[in-house]
Design a protein around this ligand. Structure first.
Ligand code: NAD
Length: 271
């Protein structure tokens, strides 16, 4: 199964101090990749890097704000210094925000523009800006892999979260655009794909899917389970296999796709 080998690859992951991308970082770290944990929250990044190093892997924590180009360039310089190159960029930083979520106290008509902008910028610009910086390294090297993180709401918008839905649709669209652009302008050895996770309970959605006091599912949380043929939320580790496949030579003719990892959610018509 050498095709799936990621050993020795230099991988930068944004948002890797968080739940899903922290898990991805540990998976590729255990598989022998050199992993740069990029996050705005340095302590969270260092914690993940420490976990990888403590089992014999190679990881560095790097402070990086994906909305600040200077910060991304400084992070890229640190990655180049630590590993001598960057073969893979995973654009993981992203998420929704309570202030851009409709509800009894927040009708659509009153959502502040800044709230929409915050979510749109984090997910779309937060993917585009690191791609500009690390994609240039790949263009110069003539090879590389970019993995974006999309979402179920890119296929069909979910209720309550208009900005997040639109932003992730933009991430999926950009994945296709960039895959073509890289092949046509730089190298057919630069591949760009996305993973669209289904539903995983993390800090950014816990308030929507579980009751803060009881820990039980909210009606929305229960509805997610009911609409997931496998009948449950995903575990972060369940993203690793798809990630390693997309990074590795096993996917060398795969570019411009958005792969759902969702327990069947996106396949289910609801009846
Ligand atoms: P998380 O909140 O656990 O992690 C997000 C990380 O991004 C945090 O460590 C945070 O510090 C970091 N971050 C936030 N803003 C940043 C910035 N400006 N610069 C650098 N780092 C920044 O979230 P998660 O659930 O692990 O989400 C990871 C990705 O997966 C996101 O793109 C999210 O939209 C996507 N996603 C999550 C789910 C889910 O069910 N949790 C489903 C689909 C897609």
């Amino acid at each position: 199964m050498n095709e799936f080998d990621v050993k020795g690859k230099n991988i930068a992951i944004t948002g890797a101090g968080g739940v899903l991308c922290g898990s991805m970082a540990r998976a590729v770290g255990l598989a022998g990749a050199n992993v740069a944990i990029l996050d705005r929250n340095f302590d969270a990044a260092e914690e993940v890097a420490h976990q990888i190093r403590s089992v014999g892997g190679n990881a560095v924590a790097v402070k990086c704000d994906v909305l600040d180009k200077e910060s991304i360039i400084a992070a890229k310089d640190e990655v180049m210094k630590a590993f001598g190159g960057c073969d893979v960029l995973i654009n993981g930083a992203g998420g929704n925000h309570k202030s851009a979520t409709t509800g009894p106290d927040m009708p659509l008509f009153d959502i502040p523009a800044e709230a929409i902008k915050f979510v749109f910028d984090l997910n779309f610009l937060g993917t585009l800006l690191p791609t500009q910086v690390f994609g240039k390294v790949m263009a110069d090297a003539g090879s590389g892999v970019i993995i974006n993180i999309s979402s179920m709401n890119a296929f069909k918008p979910l209720t309550k979260i208009p900005a997040y839905s639109a932003a992730k649709a933009a991430v999926s669209n950009f994945t296709q655009w960039l895959a073509v652009h890289m092949c046509q302008n730089y190298s057919d050895k630069i591949r760009v794909n996305a993973i669209a996770p289904g539903f995983f309970i993390t800090d950014q959605n816990r308030f929507l899917v579980t009751d803060e006091k009881t820990g039980d599912f909210t009606p929305r949380g229960q509805s997610i389970v009911d609409h997931t043929p496998m009948g449950r939320f995903g575990e972060a580790e369940e993203l690793s296999g798809t990630l390693i496949w997309l990074i590795s030579e096993a996917a060398k003719f795969v570019t411009g796709v958005v792969v759902p990892v969702d327990g069947g959610y996106s396949a289910f018509g609801g009846v």
